[in-house]
Design a protein around this ligand. Sequence first.
Ligand code: ZN
Length: 131
Amino acid sequence: MSDTDQAARDAGFDEWLDALADDDPYYLACPDGHGSLPPRRVCPVCGSQTLEQRPLPETGRLETYTITYIPTPSFAEDAPYATAIVDFGPVRLTGQVVDTDFEALEPGLEVTPAVTTTETTGNRLLVFRVR
Ligand SMILES: [Zn+2]
């Protein structure tokens, strides 16, 4: 991947984080209803290039999670943390679950997405909060 492609990808995801931070999150849907997220430009299931923005459901359900005690350097100050895959119906999102005890985490838990910054680098991050 070239630097230009990487920049385009980062910009696409940045815009998506902006929308989420503005309380206006969305996902991309092809005419057949397959869901995906920016920076994708083609449907990952059927290859359609006709993607339209639809509102992301307000809550998702925790599908699975892992707890990281020994992080990579860019998350050194954040550990330990839980990384979860959350099912929003048409799309799945991956992010950290914040403001909760790890003991409270279980599949099926209802969570809402939000944007925060990491303790270590200050980079923006997709997170989930338990409802
Ligand atoms: Zn599709």
